[in-house]
Design a protein around this ligand. Structure first.
Ligand code: PHE
Length: 436
């Protein structure tokens, strides 16, 4: 089967950034940070992005480009003799399914808020009313199901379009537009009376709230936000041409992703404090906070529409990368045509998504477990696999041949061999109370 590929470097970065930037940055990052004490979370977040996020992203891209196949078959293709690692492919598929099923629910909420923005339905609501509205909506059943299915249908359309016409085309223009909107929002939020408390919450170092579970949440958020640990970037890496510098791609994508997450924090927390919202309200945080800013802003109507539309599209480019993992598997290993594979996978995901809507504890469980357990576990195996089981000469061929300096190459391999797996493992142990 002929493999599609990205047309140029900007296309790959845009698509990989499209996968990374999504609800994870704007919905999940602020709410998890809010629940975990603020600034200390942020400091460790940055540390983990640089120390293990970027190297693992490079590792995934290497596996993808060398094997030229998606996550399920890639480990087998590179090391047929190491069957334990073949399970990572299975884990990746499972994780993609689980993430997409609750992700599509939150994307459905976003679609609903897009509709509310267009019809100007939130305009005269007080902070309390906005809070109440979110509670009622998110605990209802029919409307969230309809919006979730609309979202999955959109994902399916893009995935059926294939790489160049689908994924790449959408990501290129819209991600920069999202960046602009968030910058404007964070400026407006910072001008609210009382905004300074939000800045302090984010940036004034306070380690008193730090504990084992906060660190685990940090690691989980790093994996979730960068889309690493389950093979989304193995799959995208398999479409990257030989001459591209993979480290460069990983750094650009991580920078863009982190920038958007921090800016979302700057847009949200000043408003949280200005409108006396509790920073640890959980998954509803963005939805109960930002409409308050729109209501105070000149041109708020237009901004609210633009924001929710772009957030929906950001969710779409991430959802597409999750769906593509499953579809690539079905095409390459079950020999099902792209269209049929996409429809089948979308229907299955929607069914689990409906369960997440009906059973809220399942939603929370999926959200927590996928980020904090499944992705980091995948990350341990991916880094060990690349660090220990791909011949160094091959890694050299993948990295150094493409403009990566020798000492940088050695650092990355060292991190993948020793630092990343040990660090993640220690965070797991620590969370289980091993160091008390
Ligand atoms: N990184 C995406 C986001 O932030 C979510 C995602 C996780 C996508 C894992 C693919 C794989 O929204």
């Amino acid at each position: 089967m002929a493999r599609d590929s990205f047309s140029n470097k900007f296309g790959i970065i845009a698509a990989a950034a499209g996968s990374a930037i999504g609800l994870g940055n704007i919905w999940r990052f602020p709410y998890v940070l809010g629940e975990n004490g603020g600034s200390a979370f942020l400091i460790f977040y940055l540390l983990f992005i640089i120390a293990i996020g970027v190297p693992i992203m490079v590792a995934e891209l290497i596996i993808g480009r060398r094997s030229r196949t998606s996550v399920f078959g890639s480990f087998k293709k590179l090391r047929r003799d190491k069957p334990l690692f073949h399970l990572v492919g299975v884990l990746g598929l499972l994780t993609a399914f689980i993430i997409l099923s609750f992700y599509s629910v939150v994307a459905g909420w976003t679609a609903n808020y897009t509709y509310l923005a267009i019809t100007n339905s939130l305009a005269d609501k007080s902070p309390e009313e906005l809070n109440l509205y979110f509670k009622e909506f998110s605990s209802s059943v029919i409307l969230p199901i309809i919006y979730m299915i609309i979202f999955m249908t959109l994902c399916a359309f893009v995935v059926i379009g294939g790489i160049k016409n689908g994924i790449e085309k959408y990501s290129k223009i819209l991600m920069p537009a999202l960046l602009v909107i968030i910058i404007i929002l964070s400026i407006r939020a910072s001008l609210l009376p009382g905004a300074i408390d939000g800045w302090k919450f984010l940036f004034k170092p306070d380690f008193s709230k730090l504990n084992a579970s906060v660190i685990l949440e940090v690691v989980g958020q790093v994996f979730f936000s960068l889309s690493i640990g389950m093979g989304a970037l193995i799959t995208y890496g398999s479409y990257v041409k030989k001459g591209e510098n993979l480290l460069n791609i990983a750094i650009s994508v991580s920078l863009a992703d982190t920038l958007i997450a921090i800016l979302s924090g700057i847009a949200i927390f000043p408003a949280v404090f200005a409108f006396k919202i509790n920073p640890d309200v959980g998954p509803g945080l963005v939805f109960v906070t930002l409409p308050n800013i729109f209501n105070k802003m000149i041109g708020g109507y237009i901004f609210s529409i633009a924001f929710f539309v772009l957030l929906l599209i950001a969710a779409l480019t991430s959802g597409v990368s999750l769906l593509e993992v499953v579809v690539a598997y079905m095409r390459e290993h079950l020999h099902i045509k792209r269209k049929k594979a996409t429809i089948t996978a979308s229907v299955l995901v929607s069914i689990i998504g409906i369960l997440c809507i009906i059973i809220p504890s399942l939603f929370d469980q999926f959200d927590w477990t996928s980020s904090n357990i499944l992705l980091p576990t995948g990350g341990i195996f991916i880094s060990i696999f690349v660090g220990w089981y791909i011949p160094k000469s091959d890694l050299y061929d993948e990295l150094s041949g493409h403009g990566v300096k020798h000492y940088v190459f050695e650092i990355i391999i060292f991190i993948l061999k020793y630092i990343a797996p040990t660090a993640i493992f220690l965070v797991f142990l620590n969370n289980l109370g091993a160091f008390k």
